[in-house]
Design a protein around this ligand. Structure first.
Ligand code: ZN
Length: 128
């Protein structure tokens, strides 16, 4: 992945904005950024801000972490989120009681600051 893709994504995250690569040829969004659209192989995709709305595809609750940097954070929810744009992201669900957490649960984008970086996470939202 070219460095400029990462820089753009990180810069937007710093400002609390989640942007996705979007292909104007087939009108699909995708993630991660790559040179060609993974659906139609066109080059020349553009960045587009995400709606921030999605649903939990699947999740696990991490109660014990083997990684030093996450030991103090347990328990936490590691989840795959399907955004409205058709993109699946790995993220965390926060501010969500375990008893309401479920696959297909509506969520919306939120931000947390960890080690000085703004990171996209998701919180429950009212269904639609
Ligand atoms: Zn395409």
């Amino acid at each position: 992945m070219p460095e400029s893709f990462i820089d753009f994504f990180k810069e937007k995250c710093k400002h609390g904005e989640l942007w996705l690569p979007y292909c104007p040829h087939c009108q699909k969004a995708f993630f991660y950024p790559r040179r060609q659209c993974p659906f139609c192989l066109a080059e020349g995709w553009q960045w587009k801000p995400a709606s921030g709305r999605g649903r939990v595809y699947s999740y696990t609750i991490v109660r014990v972490s083997a990684l030093d940097e996450f030991r103090g954070a347990t328990p936490y929810v590691y989840a795959l989120i399907d955004l409205e744009e058709g993109v699946r992201l790995a993220s965390n669900v926060v501010d969500c009681p375990e008893e309401i957490l479920r696959p297909d649960m509506p969520v919306k984008l939120a931000w947390v600051t960890r080690e000085g970086r703004q990171l996209p996470v998701f919180v429950p939202r009212d269904g639609d």
